[in-house]
Design a protein around this ligand. Structure first.
Ligand code: ADP
Ligand code: MG
Ligand code: MG
Length: 886
């Protein structure tokens, strides 16, 4: 006996369980688990995902003993069902279903009713006394087998089906009777011939072709694309498993049906049963949006017994799996069967609500709750909404279902390809389709939003959009989306390809034209509760980068624990200030410069006071002037004229001063601490402003913790020179005012040399803050302003996995950080260390910050909530001090 490749479940025995997702796939593992729980699951078996790997590793061959093992499992299935595979009188029919460890909705293929052929279809008709049912099952099988296993385009089957419907003058599949369906089967077979394919009458042959097709579908283009988009390739998946399941039939008449149900509302997260179903239907009819499904509530009236049983099952599953479940069920002549359960996909809002509710219900703990929400979901909740003023004048053209929240505006495109093309050129697009299919995921991914005219809340478009966090309105039935002529018609309005359209995924409303979108303010309700859980769990602190009191206020509302970076240069651009700043810059003597700085002091003092006030009780890190002075000088002729007049020099003189300030490589030029070395009076003025602002507040009885940060330090002597002057000024002011004020002096670490001599710098500094933007720029030697030209090639060729300016390059910059951290702490164990570059808001970089043992990250105010959650997840996932994987 070789390796175990097949795992069965039936009323006599169950071999798998929900923990075996790696090899059984999510579907197979949970089917086995449900069978163990005694729930009504049709019997079947799973062929392990290891076979998929074997198949692709071995030039599309199967392990040797697979054939006999599968045949044995089929015999067991015959025994427990009392039916016979290939029998003409009482045929066993099966579904052949894919299912990987991580669910990929609709990406791979399933075949139903396998085992039917020209003879057994007659037997099935006789046995069930239901000829229509038998032929409906047969035509479905031939269609799915042709499409999935043999690659005959499914549109061709649909055309054939429509031909019969049109001839009869009916619209619905349901209106076809057994004779019509026989005609459909005939046309389907003709189609096989035209396509040069053979429909195998031998069920065993059918089975093996189907099994191979499912394993083959693992590497079909849309599955590959889906894994790419969802970054699944790193997760070491073996492939898909194949589930062979005895068929149960939802298409046996009005007392039968099929549906999907969620244990909680996947849109809002509300604790209420939610679902859709169709009577007399099979398989994916609900999802495919062929008929408009009924809501689960209606099942209560149609069949209360089944309804109650379903609710009971849902409760049991949710308690058992301790998460919201998404269930597929079928009712065969009043008998309920479960065909799948999995943790349900949900909107970001629902994810948060469910996590928080489940903690309150005692179902999960806070740590688990924190892990249930993706950092990106938090970001989505700060999703844009339409500007209310613009919305008032917007032209409403129709309504659909609010399938995925947010507000989106863009140019209309009618195909996923066009969406990808336009998005590449930087256009914002809305993808409009009658319905979407798995081939469209690439286009959906780049679109601002998705609009469909068909389908329900569980349609492909809805499910995928929610997963991607894209705004979507689906099933907008009064809106005609005409792919052929590339127009949208609704309420007498006609929109062409390229016209602007706006969709509201919260209300399902659609508007013609462009409507401005705005971000909501603050955190409310469940999110703030969840983030409080996060703060309890996390080790890293989260601060914000904020330059003005308004941003500091937002940051604080979002839960920032202080300011990690205030860029003082932004304070010099106000209308009353810029000319004073310019006067300072073009001053020829120190005296002139000091006079100009003296005028800037009150502005800075009140700016800092505002920041300290908003962040009362927390540290506020203020960076001394950083950019090269050239950035402040007048550019236009008009400005030159004005400034020259104001400071009393000739225009030519001013022009030549401006010219002198020009640098070939300003980012490596006269900036940061270098300015303070040349012009100590600038740093002196800023120090005064900081300390005086702090003293003002202390006198008002407030708590202030200023931290003065010196940028671009590469040599400890730069720090010691500045430190001495800062200390002298600060201590004198404190003494003069007779207050108790503690302040800190630290450095940015953003020059590679600083990392190397961090032991020296650490001995003199109270804190380090990694300026990861410059550290990346200088560390990699990639100019931030020019790297866009080649970074695409680098990522494509796998030289860097991600844009190193977005996600810390752990292997290089990460090691520099570690070097600096170890150096700094070796001479100063109390050294506080954080990150204040763009990376401070990136979940992967935050994880790194946690791993190496930093104290905090600092990011833009809007990213603070994301960072809080990411910090907590890093803490749950990893103990600190664990060796970082560089
Ligand atoms: P997917 O992964 O795309 O959801 P599934 O394997 O779950 O595909 O199957 C698709 C549909 O077929 C589902 O709606 C499921 O309920 C139905 N189905 C699968 N197997 C059976 C079966 N043995 N009897 C009845 N319906 C089935
Ligand atoms: Mg499917
Ligand atoms: Mg399914």
């Amino acid at each position: 006996m070789g390796k175990k490749y097949v795992y069965v479940w039936n009323k006599n025995r169950v071999e798998g369980n929900s923990k075996m997702k790696d090899i059984l796939g999510g579907k197979g593992a949970n089917l086995a688990e449900m069978a163990s729980l005694g729930l009504p699951v049709p019997p079947g078996f799973t062929i392990s995902a290891e076979v998929c790997k074997y198949y692709w590793d071995n030039n599309r061959k199967f392990p040797e003993d697979l054939k006999s093992t599968v045949e044995e499992a089929m015999r067991e299935l015959e025994n427990v069902t009392g039916k016979k595979f290939g029998d003409n009188e009482n045929p066993l029919l099966v579904s052949v279903r894919s299912g990987a460890a991580i669910s990929m909705p609709g990406m791979m293929d399933t075949i139903l009713n396998l085992g039917l052929n020209d003879e057994s279809v007659e037997g099935l008709a006789k046995l069930t006394n239901n000829e229509r049912f038998a032929w409906d099952s047969y035509r479905r099988f031939i269609q799915m087998f042709g499409d999935v296993a043999l690659g005959i385009p499914h549109e061709k089957f649909e055309d054939a089906l429509n031909e019969v419907k049109n001839k009869k003058g009916v619209k619905q599949d349901l209106e076809l009777d057994a004779n019509d369906l026989k005609k459909v089967v005939e046309l389907y077979k003709k189609l096989y011939k035209e396509e040069g394919k053979e429909f195998p009458q031998d069920p065993m042959k059918q089975l093996w072709i189907a099994i191979e097709a499912v394993f083959g579908s693992w590497n079909n283009p849309r599955a590959i694309k889906y894994r790419q988009i969802n970054e699944m390739d790193k997760q070491g998946l073996l492939g898909t498993a194949v589930n062979v399941v005895a068929m149960v039939f939802g298409n046996m008449g009005e007392d039968s049906g099929t549906g999907v149900a969620f244990t909680r509302d996947p849109n809002t997260g509300e604790k209420k049963y939610y679902g859709e179903f169709l009577t007399n239907a099979q398989g994916e009819d609900v999802v495919a949006g062929i008929r408009t499904p009924k809501s689960l509530d209606e099942l209560k009236n149609i069949n209360p017994k089944v309804y109650n049983q379903l609710l009971e099952v849902m409760d049991k599953l949710e308690t058992h799996f301790r998460d919201m479940q998404d269930i597929e069920f079928t009712v065969e002549r009043g008998q309920l069967y479960l065909l799948q359960t999995r943790n349900g996909k949900r909107t970001a809002a629902a994810a948060v609500k469910i996590a928080v509710d489940m903690v309150k219900e005692g179902l999960i703990n806070k740590q688990e709750a924190v892990m249930r929400v993706k950092p990106a979901d938090i970001e989505k909740l700060l999703h844009p909404i339409f500007d209310l003023e613009e919305l008032k004048n917007a032209q409403y053209i129709g309504k659909g279902l609010p399938a995925s929240p947010g507000a989106a505006t863009g140019k209309i495109v009618f195909s996923a390809d066009d969406a990808e093309k336009l998005a590449k050129d930087g256009e914002k697009v809305i993808l409009a389709r009658p319905e979407t299919s798995p081939e469209d995921v690439g286009g959906m991914n780049v679109a601002e939003g998705i609009l469909t005219s068909r389908g329900g809340m569980t349609s492909h478009a809805a499910v995928v959009a929610r997963g991607m966090g894209k705004t979507a309105v689906v099933g907008a039935e009064d809106i005609v989306i005409d792919l052929k002529n590339k127009v949208i018609k609704s309420n007498g309005v006609e929109l062409k390809e390229g016209d602007w359209i706006s969709i509201d995924g919260n209300e399902g409303k659609v508007y013609a034209g462009k409507i401005k979108t705005v971000r909501p303010e603050g955190l409310a309700g469940d999110i703030s509760v969840l983030l409080e859980y996060a703060d309890e769990v996390s080790v890293l602190g989260v601060r914000a980068n904020a330059d003005i009191p308004r941003d500091a206020k937002v940051a604080r509302e979002f839960g920032a624990q202080g300011i990690g970076l205030c860029r003082t240069e932004h304070m010099f651009f106000g209308p009353e200030r810029i000319n004073k700043m310019r006067t300072m810059i073009v001053s020829k003597t120190e005296e002139q410069r000091r006079a100009a700085l003296e005028q800037l002091l009150p502005f800075q003092r009140s700016d800092f006071k505002g920041l300290f006030e908003e962040m009362e009780g927390f540290s506020v890190t203020i960076r001394l002037l950083d950019p090269p002075l050239h950035e402040f000088v007048p550019e236009s002729e008009e400005q030159i004229k004005e400034v020259a007049k104001m400071i009393g020099i000739s225009e030519d003189e001013l022009r030549s001063i401006v010219k002198d300030l020009e640098e070939f490589n300003p980012m490596m030029g006269h900036r940061g601490v270098r300015l303070a070395i040349t012009y100590p009076e600038i740093a002196e003025m800023q120090t005064k402003a900081i300390i005086l602002a702090a003293i003002d507040l202390i006198k008002e009885g407030k708590k202030v913790q200023p931290e003065i940060m010196i940028p671009v330090v590469g040599n400890v002597k730069e720090l010691t020179i500045l430190k001495e002057s800062i200390k002298q000024i600060a201590d004198e002011l404190i003494k003069e005012n007779n207050v108790d004020l503690e302040y800190k002096i630290g450095t940015m670490i953003e020059v590679p040399r600083a990392c190397v001599v961090a032991d020296q710098i650490g001995a003199e500094a109270d804190f380090f803050s990694f300026g990861t933007n410059d550290l990346t720029q200088l560390g990699l030697g990639f100019s931030r302003d020019d790297y866009g030209k080649f970074i695409g090639d680098y990522i494509e060729k796998g030289i860097y996995e991600k844009d190193p300016f977005q996600q810390i390059d752990r292997e290089g910059v990460g090691r520099l950080i570690k070097l600096a951290l170890d150096g700094g702490r070796s001479t100063n164990p109390k050294l506080k260390v954080g990150i204040c570059g763009e990376h401070g808001g990136d979940p992967d970089s935050i994880e790194f910050a946690h791993l190496v043992g930093l104290d905090y990250v600092s990011c833009s105010p809007y990213r603070v909530p994301v960072a809080r959650l990411a910090a907590a997840q890093a803490a749950v996932n990893y103990k600190r001090g664990k060796t970082v994987n560089y």
